[in-house]
Design a protein around this ligand. Structure first.
Ligand code: FBP
Length: 692
């Protein structure tokens, strides 16, 4: 017997094929690093300057005027090629710091790469520092001077791994003082903050406070949620979408698309897919367009719901029922159940539902709880040295605190907010949801939807309502007419005789629905006896039982959450190009002397040649909003507009995509994020549609 010599482990590890396989870098990553995205023409032609655009108008909030006086005169600035007289200023030696803020979004590394390349090209002596772990890095003076080696390692790659991120904001006098000290120590001329609405809000306050010190602050619109969409007072678009949205949406859509394929193959599951988007439903809307999932809930749309029956009833009594406006948890579950029941009626006991993470924010009763609990928690934290969550670690402790508020034991503000009715309603909701609603708020007092099992809440309600519908005989699985006829003929039974007795639509529909009153073996037997098809002592024929059992749907569900995965995906070509140009724009704004501006690119929906880099003044966009129980000056989040083209199209196709008909499901397969080759659609669909 010949013995085969086993290769030693060290030989194996040094083998060429093994080396290739265990290499940390994939071919895709290597290609991404080597790729340089195209640059807008203005960046290809040497130094740039800024040109104020007076055609844009803003309705300025009085509070913004008061709190950000030095930024009120800021205008929209277009990046243009610099006349030779201004070139010197552009090339002046500078030190710039950059920090990520908030959740990761694909393309962040290219903002750094764009800023770094522009800075080094303008003057090789320029220094760019990356602050580590978000704004904590600025406060604590924790920064890295970026080099070619560091920057090259992350070009076109996803995540914020290069310098990491954090959710701290520079929102107190002390943090501001420490940040200014850091900037001075590093000799910084400018700071770039790459973040969402809250971070850009924060950037404006930093710009205001640092102006005297001569430190410029520039924001970059980042968030996968896509809720930074800026228009002027006349509706002219300045920033159509934040970066990262396209990549995250494509990543979610790819997963949802694959589930559509699996779901319509083994036809036994309803897949409930929750997709990120803390408040706004833009991501869900884009996933809907990309995949044609059977049902996509859009929070903004549901919030607009009016219960006409209740309105009419109240009107007849001469009163107005305000609770008839807006969505309730009950209505939400009805919308989902309606889709399940209608598809079941045509034999489809499976389907795809897309739920935006922030949907509960739009539900009346949940909204009230969130606002009240935000206020209670924030007031507690303001009054005490410790925090609400440290003092009341368990759910029971928290509930007891709320009970004490009701009993009026605590004689401070919050007890008026939480009354006996709130407590009663709160105690009616499942424990895991109570815990979810009481979780720690983020540093802005924002409710953290990603921590709540929204899908579980909705599913619980759906299951309850489906059981009711089942008991009432309204939730049945349609039986294909031919299948029924063949099965009965095989069993020697006359389908024509049994059909009208068993089905409510016999001879009408292709899918037969068992009569509502036939809800058990017992009622089935009685039905047959009553129709004279069976004697009392006879058993129900097996094929009748088989058809009946087949008509009773077994609701099986799989839940999925798409969020962190998409946030960590590599950027699409669109996001690679967008962010690389945003980085260049940031440098141009700094070189042009701007502060308190957010970078933007106009005409993103058009061909690349028409992209127009600019600076958008943040302060004039700000308005007062309730945050953690207080009115704060913030940059407004853009939610899905119900009169936008993208939403109107999804609404118009809702019935088609629900596919509650015998026709095949019109699922669309978006495919993977491809970096190489031609891509089917090269920018967010909502962007293209809304620009029409
Ligand atoms: P940003 O607004 O900071 O970009 O983050 C958005 C987001 O990705 C939301 O979609 C999600 O709700 C949230 O972050 C999750 O936050 P965390 O990373 O703290 O869990």
């Amino acid at each position: 017997m010949s013995e085969k010599r086993q290769v030693s482990l060290s030989e194996l590890l040094s083998h060429d094929s093994v080396q290739k396989i265990i290499e940390d870098d994939s071919l895709d990553a290597m290609e991404r690093r080597a790729y340089t995205p195209p640059l807008c023409e203005v960046f290809q032609n040497g130094p740039t300057a800024l040109e104020s655009q007076n055609q844009y108008r803003f309705d300025i909030d009085g509070a913004a005027r008061e709190q950000l006086p030095h930024l009120m005169e800021n205008k929209v600035e277009k990046v243009v090629s610099a006349p030779s007289s201004e070139a010197n200023g552009y090339h002046r030696c500078r030190a710039i710091g950059i920090a990520f803020s908030g959740g990761p979004a694909p393309g962040g590394h290219n903002v750094i790469a764009g800023l770094y390349d522009a800075a080094k090209k303008a003057n090789p002596e320029n220094r760019v520092y990356g602050f580590l772990l978000g704004q904590d890095g600025i406060i604590e003076g924790n920064a890295w001077e970026l080099s070619d080696e560091i920057v090259n390692r992350y070009r076109n790659l996803g995540g914020f791994c290069m310098i990491k991120t954090g959710r701290t904001k520079i929102d107190s006098a002390n943090k501001m003082r420490l940040s200014i000290e850091t900037c001075k120590k590093l000799g910084l001329n400018a700071l770039v903050v790459v973040g969402g609405d809250d971070s850009n809000t924060n950037a404006a306050f930093m710009a205001e406070s640092m102006k005297e010190e001569g430190i410029q602050v520039i924001g970059v619109p980042k968030t996968i949620d896509g809720d930074i969409q800026v228009k002027d007072a006349d509706g002219k678009s300045l920033c159509a979408i934040s970066f990262g949205f396209h990549s995250a949406a494509r990543s979610f859509a790819r997963n949802v698309g694959d589930l559509c394929t699996d779901g319509s193959s083994d036809v036994k599951y309803w897949h409930i897919c929750k997709v990120m988007g803390r408040v706004a439903s833009h991501l869900a809307l884009e996933v809907s367009l990309q995949t044609h999932a059977n049902l996509t809930l859009i929070g903004e749309d549901l919030a607009n719901y009016v219960d006409e029956d209740r309105v009419e009833k109240a009107a007849a009594e001469g009163v107005v029922d305000y609770t008839a406006y807006g969505i309730t948890l009950r209505h939400l579950s009805r919308v989902v159940c309606d889709a399940i029941v209608r598809r079941a009626a045509v034999g489809k006991n499976y389907g795809m539902v897309v739920i935006p993470e922030g949907i509960l924010e739009f539900v009346n009763e949940v909204q009230v709880f969130i606002i009240k609990l935000n206020t209670i928690i924030s007031e507690y934290n303001d009054v005490h040295d410790t925090s609400f969550h440290t003092d009341f670690p368990s759910l029971e402790d928290k509930l007891e605190y709320l009970r004490r508020l009701v009993r009026g034991i605590r004689k401070m503000g919050p007890e008026t907010i939480w009354n006996a009715r709130d407590d009663e309603l709160f105690n009616d909701i499942p424990e895991f949801f109570q815990e979810g609603l009481l979780i720690e708020r983020d540093s802005h007092g924002n409710f953290q939807f990603s921590q709540v099992e929204t899908d579980r809440v909705i599913l619980g309600l759906v299951m309850d309502y489906l059981s009711i519908l089942k008991e009432k005989g309204r939730y049945k699985l349609g039986i294909e007419e031919n299948y029924y006829a063949k099965a009965f003929i095989r069993a020697g039974l006359n389908p024509e005789l049994y059909g009208p007795v068993l089905f409510r639509n016999y001879g009408v529909g292709r899918y037969l629905l068992v009569r509502e009153e036939l809800i058990s073996q017992k009622t089935l037997k009685q039905g047959l006896i009553k129709a004279g098809l069976l004697d009392e002592e006879e058993p129900v024929p097996l094929s009748v039982v088989k058809i009946f059992n087949k008509s009773v749907p077994d609701f099986k569900v799989q839940t999925h959450f798409y969020g962190y995965d998409g946030r960590g995906s590599d950027p699409t070509k669109f996001d690679c190009t967008y962010t690389y140009n945003l980085g260049h724009t940031a440098f141009s704004l700094i070189a042009g002397g701007s502060t308190g501006h957010m970078v933007g690119i106009r005409n993103l929906e058009k061909s690349f040649e028409e992209w127009e880099p600019l600076g958008i003044p943040i302060a004039p966009l700000m308005h007062l909003e309730e945050r953690g129980g207080k009115m704060k000056l913030v940059l407004e989040k853009s939610v899905v507009e119900l009169d936008s083209n993208a939403f109107r199209i999804v609404k118009a196709l809702r019935e088609k995509w629900m596919a509650a008909s015998p026709a095949p499901d019109p699922f669309r397969k978006p495919g993977a994020i491809r970096f190489r080759g031609e891509m089917e659609e090269d920018k967010p669909m909502i962007l293209t549609l809304n620009a029409i």
